[in-house]
Write a protein that binds this ligand. Structure first.
Ligand code: DAH
Length: 335
């Protein structure tokens, strides 16, 4: 019994004094002084001793415990002092280069959209939105494009599986922002001045100027006595301000859209002798007004739709539409 205790004391002292740091010290403390430690074990064993030996062994074990505890406390205090000295001696080298914080920036399409919104807002237009998953009615029929109409071929459509839509309507990814015209007119009485920016989708092969997903800005103005002249003035002002160029001219070329009559393509010239086709437009077809619940004998309007990606490409001289959607930082960091 006695030799056992001597051995415990020697080894315990060695483990404690030899600990290289706090972790080793705590480990040694647990092993010898802990609840399930060597000394606690020894006390447990006392009950197996004859009564006359028990008392003396218990006293000796207590003495060993106190010795080890003192050694442990001393070592711990020493580590604490050393640790504090180390912290005090630490210096910060303020001349070391810091870590640069990368700043985010706005996507070029966001920049262009915000600019377009600001210009139209300053001319009294509000910004309206519609859903990207649209029904066949709003995307086509209400815009005077019935199912049998050949003009449906102008938009290559992503049809979606019919879900739990009311009346089992056919649903699709909207091919243009024009449905927002109808949705807005259903809920708001004229006079109306809105633009409706948003994402649109076409089922087509991608190349430098085609993406299956791109952005349009729709415009709609409905009032009494609206004419093509109002429309020309507003759109020309928009392009002059957007390209920051007072010499910009627009030209209306006759065209065809089922939802406008007459219909135009809007060409824009920046005075370089070149005309760029930048928007489709026209006077809102009476059938569209009627479909949206607006009295077409009292109200008229004009509408236009332009590709936001194309505007951004021209403004920032970008030659591939796909760059907008690849999230390549080498591209995005240029704006
Ligand atoms: N929705 C047409 C398209 O995607 C663009 C367009 C043409 C919109 C004429 C209009 C419009 O509002 O009047 O091709």
């Amino acid at each position: 019994m006695g030799t056992d205790l001597e051995k415990i004391k020697e080894e315990g002292l060695l483990a404690i004094s030899g600990a290289q740091d706090f972790l080793f010290l705590e480990e040694a403390g647990r092993r010898y002084l802990g609840k399930k430690g060597v000394i606690a074990d020894f006390f447990d064993g006392l009950k197996d001793l004859p009564a006359e030996e028990r008392r003396a062994a218990g006293q000796k074990a207590n003495a060993v415990k106190i010795t080890l505890q003192e050694a442990y406390d001393k070592k711990r205090a020493q580590f604490t002092i050393e640790e504090r000295q180390k912290i005090g001696a630490e210096k910060i080298d303020v001349t070391m280069p810091g870590q640069a914080v990368e700043s985010g920036r706005l996507h070029p399409l966001t920049l262009v959209l915000r600019e377009a919104e600001n210009i139209f807002k300053s001319m009294g237009f509000e910004v309206a939105f519609g859903p990207e998953v649209e029904t066949e009615w709003y995307n086509f029929d209400a815009l005077n494009i019935p199912e049998w109409h050949p003009a449906r071929d102008m938009w290559d459509t992503f049809w979606l599986k019919q879900g739990n839509t009311k009346n089992k309507e056919k649903i699709l990814l909207r091919t243009h922002t024009s449905p927002v015209q109808v949705r807005y007119m259903e809920k708001h009485k004229p006079p109306i001045r809105i633009i409706a920016p948003g994402k649109v989708f076409r089922y087509e092969a991608t190349d430098a100027s085609h993406e299956i997903q791109f952005h349009q800005v729709e415009g709609l103005m409905v009032d009494e006595n609206i004419s093509v002249a109002n429309f020309k003035a507003i759109v020309e002002t928009f392009f002059q301000r957007f390209f920051d160029n007072k010499n910009i001219k627009i030209r209306l070329r006759p065209s065809y859209f089922p939802f406008t009559e007459p219909s135009f393509e809007i060409d824009v010239s920046r005075g370089e002798g070149k005309w760029l086709e930048l928007a489709g437009a026209g006077m809102v077809h009476p059938k569209v007004l009627t479909a949206a619940g607006v009295d077409s004998s009292k109200w008229q309007g004009f509408a236009f739709g332009m590709g936001l990606d194309r505007l951004a490409m021209i403004k920032y001289k970008i030659n591939d539409i796909r760059l907008f959607y690849q999230n390549d930082l080498r591209f995005l960091n240029q704006f």
